[in-house]
Design a protein around this ligand. Sequence first.
Ligand SMILES: [Mn+2]
Length: 424
Amino acid sequence: MIDKNLIEAQNAALAGAVQDDYAALGAKLARRGVDIETLTARADAFGVAVPSWGTGTGGTRFARFPGEGEPRNIFDKLDDCGVIHALTGATPTVSLHIPWDKAPAADLKAKAQSLGLGFDAMNSNTFQDQPDQAHSYKFGSLSHTDKATRQQAIDHNLECIEIGESIGSKALTVWIGDGSNFPGQTSFTAQFDRYLDSLKAIYGGLPADWRVFSEHKMYEPAFYSTVVQDWGTNLMIAQELGPKAQCLVDLGHHAPNVNIEMIVARLVRAGKLGGFHFNDSKYGDDDLDSGTIDPFRLFLVFNELVELENTPGLDLAHMIDQSHNVTDPIESLMISAMQIERAYIQAALVDRAALEGYRASNDALMASATLRAGFQTDVEPILAMARLRKGAAVDPVATYRASGYRAKVAAVRPRVTGGGGGIV
Ligand SMILES: [Mn+2]
């Protein structure tokens, strides 16, 4: 995929600067009582999952403009994910979407293993119709008024669990498009009850060491109401189902100005935070690249996660969930993984003891300044050193471009206009 010698040669040219910057930052942090090696160890251990469909070019309700050399199938997608991980060292797992990524388990495992990848949460799809299915999801799936349609959606989710078990996944993320487009079209209560009944059937099919994640989304594809519209409903679902059910927070699925980091704190408090779908947004569910619009918000989310990281049972599934409409998806996913890692390390260097002291003495100004000091520290030397030490690329995008990977795969992958990838 990417020649190791190329990575080494590119790194060799940058290693001196990385060492200098790392030493300078180390000295600066030491004056604040922070050990840089502790932060580098955190960066080294950090991982975020790549969604298989994110390797395809995304689209909007207007159009999709396919890119060169887009993956044709799950094996091409895994190749692209392997490139992202080889260059960033930060994306060790891939999240599959069924039925888009259906393939024999042995082949999936062998391919992933050859690329040094594992599998993250499985994603079900009952928001679009497949050519061979008996009942349409036009008016819903797990909450449909028709029992046979609900059962078809339940069976699909159970199949996702079965496929996931065969490849080493440990979680199911339930995606739905259920809701309504007109006031009066549906009974909020009856529809939610049907959804819960269906989820209970899916929950019953979870292996002992599995979890199921539900994700709230305030609008789209249903534009008047969605069945799981906000974190309150999401929490109700997780609490009613039981200990193996948890909530996913997708950063794009909130109304503008909502305090997402506070939702994160509340869900941790309830023992119901399962993980994240990372992206960024300006207006709504824009699915923009992580950290491109509001990096401070991303930092504040990680600040809560670091502050609460010793909460018993906290086990978070991090995944990127973005739509790359105008960029090379591999480049967007690499930059995004590094932005997410950056926010995490910035949060990790906040002086927690000092912050607690300022909180206790009601020194609002110094509490704010202490928190902001983390966000205002350029931790790039830590991230670059972590990549250098593990044999990933110091400058992943530059090395990727130098590799000519996209042109190479474009020669064997014909341009496609349809396909299941990208639209999220
Ligand atoms: Mn999502």
